[in-house]
Design a protein around this ligand. Structure first.
Ligand code: XIL
Length: 491
């Protein structure tokens, strides 16, 4: 995965260089601002944009999978890599949920941020009863086994989570502190460094986003670990309250990068007292934009991860009574104002309505055509919509997202004309265009005639539903990026 990420970044850097050198600053600016997905915008500036994924939704909801694949280049397991899930009883490891998330990330060229190895919460009962050598051995066994299992697949780990107390600038009172003493944090980092010297090691916490007693204590710990070369970054959870992005957040992150560390916004959500009105949703958009701008403006900020996809998926209403609506997507997967603003904060184009953005003037954004007398009938001119007929059950189109002199990025859209469990698209390039790399499809991709099928997770569509895939091509220097006609066949 490390190599994959480096390849992804190298490709993007290469594109930017070609665009700047051959086409001039004006066009390269235009290309950067043409990004209409979060991952497109983040890729263009060499950052991660991540989402905390819920294992059950990833298993069961095709639109969830499609949105996670399309919008994010980094994943964090919301719960699946916590100790209570990975080692529910001593010595018995269960990696099935975490592995499913890693597999999904690999299929979609996404990196994985590991969360979390040593935490007082969501730790199994058996370890909370240990102390001294028994607890240290259990810590070592967990770190070694988990980091070994995910070697090459997880590129950064939250080694310790929430180790500083909320109110007195001291270490948090926990079974780790009580059982091992203050040295347990250094021990955890030493074990993690030895287990896999190639991954980035983070300490992660909440309410350290601005400069305060808790972030001062975090700074002191990070400084000590950095002096021993045991830490690579600090994660700022950023579970924020509406209108309260700390005014000194940027300065706070910069004092950590001045230690030679990376910083990362690891669990961003911005909660609103419910019900949320239009003004509050606009304020939330401004807050999201600000956090994106802060990370985009700091070279050593590795990225921003949003703590969940849709408002209804969020942990916030369960924990902060009366508060909610903290994320970028509504429950029907339409985008909130915060999405557009966050995209713009990353340098993308938030004015593009995008495929899942409902038209605000449309009384029913789930209805593809309000003038259609029967919105449940995918094609009212077709007497038998269950018969796939001449359309082969689906249609597909290609569009050029961003061209450069010797290549281009394309997006393909497949729309189901019936309920289907898989699809195949085929087209022939008119000239010497050839695909160099692709995502969300697999098949015979590199010849003049392309025959590609869904990537599994995006194969099941209900009638009327769409999904997207993408690829880059190489083409002769200066040639126009052509748009071939695509034939789509459903399975
Ligand atoms: C939360 C999850 O979102 C919930 O599903 C779970 O019930 C509790 O944990 N800080 C962290 C995250 O580091 O792991 C927490 O995630 C949110 C606060």
């Amino acid at each position: 995965m490390l190599l994959t990420r480096k390849r992804r970044r190298a490709l993007i850097a290469g594109v930017a260089t070609v665009a700047t050198a051959a086409l001039g600053i004006a066009l390269s600016t235009q290309l950067a601002s043409a990004q209409t997905t979060l991952r497109g915008a983040a890729d263009a500036i060499g950052k991660d944009v991540g989402v905390a994924v819920n294992y059950n939704l990833l298993q069961n909801d095709a639109t969830y999978r499609n949105t996670v694949a399309t919008e994010f280049n980094s994943l964090t397991a919301e719960n699946s890599m916590k100790m209570e899930v990975l080692q529910p009883s001593q010595g018995n490891f269960n990696f099935s949920q975490g592995d499913a998330i890693v597999d999904f990330a690999k299929q979609n060229n996404q990196s994985v941020h590991g969360h979390t190895l040593v935490w007082h919460s969501q730790a199994p009962g058996w370890i909370q009863g240990l102390s001294g050598t028994a607890l240290e051995n259990a810590m070592a066994d967990h770190i070694n086994t988990v980091m070994d299992h995910y070697r090459g697949d997880v590129e950064s780990w939250d080694v310790v989570n929430e180790v500083v107390s909320d109110n007195n600038g001291q270490l948090r009172d926990s079974f780790w502190l009580n059982g091992l003493g203050e040295g347990y944090i250094t021990t955890a980092f030493e074990l993690a460094r030895a287990a896999d010297p190639t991954v980035d090691l983070y300490m992660n916490d909440y309410s350290i986003d601005g400069i305060n007693a808790k972030s001062d204590k975090t700074y002191e710990i990070a400084q000590g670990l950095a002096a021993q070369n045991l830490i690579d970054g600090v994660g700022f959870q950023a579970h924020l309250i509406l209108g309260q992005v700390p005014s000194n957040m940027e300065a706070n992150l910069q004092r950590f990068t001045a230690l030679g560390l990376k910083v990362r916004v690891t669990e961003l959500d911005i909660r609103i007292q419910m019900p949320a009105d239009a003004n509050e949703l606009q304020q939330q958009a401004n807050d999201y934009r600000r956090v994106a701008e802060i990370c985009a403006g700091i070279a050593d900020c590795s990225g921003v991860t949003i703590w969940g996809l849709r408002d209804g998926d969020s942990w916030v209403p369960d924990v902060f009574q009366g508060e909610g609506a903290p994320l970028l997507f509504n429950d029907d997967y339409s985008k909130k104002p915060a999405y557009d603003a966050f995209l713009e904060g990353l340098g993308g184009d938030g004015s593009d309505p995008g495929p899942t953005d409902p038209d605000p003037t449309d009384p029913d954004p789930t209805d593809p055509d309000p003038t259609d007398p029967d919105p449940t009938d995918p094609d009212p001119t077709d007497p038998d919509p269950t018969d796939p007929g001449p359309g082969n059950g689906c249609t597909a189109t290609l569009s050029v997202q961003s061209p450069w002199n010797t290549g281009a990025t394309y997006e393909g859209t497949v729309t189901a004309g019936q309920n289907l469990t898989g699809w195949t698209v085929t087209w022939t390039w008119p000239g010497s265009e050839r695909i160099s790399n692709a995502w969300s499809i697999s098949g015979t991709l590199d010849g003049a005639t392309v025959t590609a099928s869904d990537a599994g997770y995006n194969g099941t569509l209900s009638s009327g539903q769409s999904t997207t895939f993408g690829f880059n091509i190489t083409k002769p220097d200066g040639a126009t990026a052509s748009v071939p006609t695509v034939t789509c066949t459903a399975r």
